[in-house]
Design a protein around this ligand. Structure first.
Ligand SMILES: Cc1cc2nc3c(=O)[nH]c(=O)nc-3n(C[C@H](O)[C@H](O)[C@H](O)COP(=O)(O)OP(=O)(O)OC[C@H]3O[C@@H](n4cnc5c(N)ncnc54)[C@H](O)[C@@H]3O)c2cc1C
Length: 304
């Protein structure tokens, strides 16, 4: 096995590290799609994550670090990949001395938003219904209902390509629409400081409930998906273009353009990565023909 030496070294140096072999990614993605990765490591601290990455580098292996798998479309065939999952291991969240919130990369945004609400801190209400981790959300500059991570993330500590611990503040995050300096870069988010405003706990809870209700009424939350498949094109919405191209309900295999939200592809049960990719191709072709817009995918296609 390609990772034999790496696994031996990890077992020797980190005997309590969680390791899984031939682990189906379908268990770790919100799409419920994805073949088995050769090895998956589940670190429980930033130090452990760093040691894992160091051992991987010494073995000539580039790890695939992910969070809650809610923005991933993973190939069906086995992946010769060493995956590292930050959630639920890197889950510390606390108030920092300056009143900001410190959160590690594996913290779920829903938990982070509730923590902020309980501490009467406002600004993260938008993130309550986004099912990813802090690390994934910072990396993607996740956003909803007018809020974006770039509005609240003050400072981020990360591992650079040489596995040194570094930090960026403010503009150095390079945030833009669904991107940051961490996107597709090899840099690994360890933790962030979140800057919020004092608010009324009841009002914050009310706003979170209001946004949850909006989500429930407009998104197919009862079916496996990876959220919006496409990025917002300049001057419009992907869902509106797909809907007006008459594509709601279009199916390939068990993958379907959601009847409830045309920007979502849902897994009706047993959909494959190939089903989704073929459906994406058909959507892009039709929208280009009908509207002259070349849709770009937001979800990450993982192969290996
Ligand atoms: C029902 C549903 C609704 C959604 N609604 C929204 C929404 O309103 N707004 C929105 O923006 N998104 C939405 N999403 C998409 C998704 O939840 C977000 O993009 C989220 O930020 C992904 O986080 P994750 O932890 O699941 O990342 P993953 O899917 O695990 O990974 C996504 C990418 O981030 C990288 N990554 C993850 N962790 C780290 C890390 N620690 N360091 C460096 N890179 C990392 C991965 O390598 C990968 O490239 C939705 C998804 C679903 C299923």
């Amino acid at each position: 096995m390609k990772f034999e030496k790496l696994v031996r070294n990890l077992r020797e140096k980190l005997p309590s590290l969680g390791l899984a072999f031939d682990e189906p990614m379908s268990r770790h993605t919100s799409f419920r799609i994805g073949g088995p990765v050769a090895v998956m490591a589940l670190p429980s601290s930033a130090e452990e994550l760093r040691l894992i990455c160091r051992e991987a580098r010494n073995a000539g292996v580039r790890p695939f670090v992910f969070g809650n798998g809610t923005n991933l479309l993973v190939q069906d065939a086995p992946l010769n990949v060493f995956a590292v999952k930050t959630s639920p291991g890197l889950s510390e969240v606390r108030l920092a001395p300056d009143g900001n919130i410190f959160a590690m990369s594996g913290v779920l945004l829903s938990a982070l938003a509730v923590f902020a609400q309980k501490n009467s801190l406002s600004g993260l209400e938008f993130a309550h219904g986004i099912p990813g981790t802090l690390g994934g959300a910072v990396s993607m500059n996740a956003g909803a209902y007018g809020g974006e991570m770039c509005q609240v993330v003050e400072r981020t500590e990360y591992l650079d390509e040489d596995l040194e611990i570094r930090a960026v503040t403010g503009d150095e995050h390079g945030f833009s629409y669904r991107r940051s300096v961490f996107s597709d870069s090899g840099k690994i988010v360890l933790s962030s400081l979140i800057r919020l405003q004092p608010g009324d706990a009841g009002a914050i809870k009310g706003r979170m409930e209001e946004l949850s209700a909006r989500r429930r009424s407009s998104q197919p939350l009862n079916m496996p998906s990876a959220g919006s498949v496409f990025k917002r094109p300049v001057g419009g919405y992907a869902a509106a273009l797909i809907d007006s191209s008459g594509l709601k309900g279009l199916r390939v295999g068990a993958a379907e353009v959601s009847e409830k939200h045309a920007g979502f592809i849902v897994n009706l049960g047993g959909a494959t990565c190939d089903d989704v990719l073929r459906l994406i191709d058909q959507i892009r072709e039709r929208v280009l023909k009908e509207h002259g817009v070349n849709l770009q995918t937001e979800i990450k296609h993982i192969t290996g």
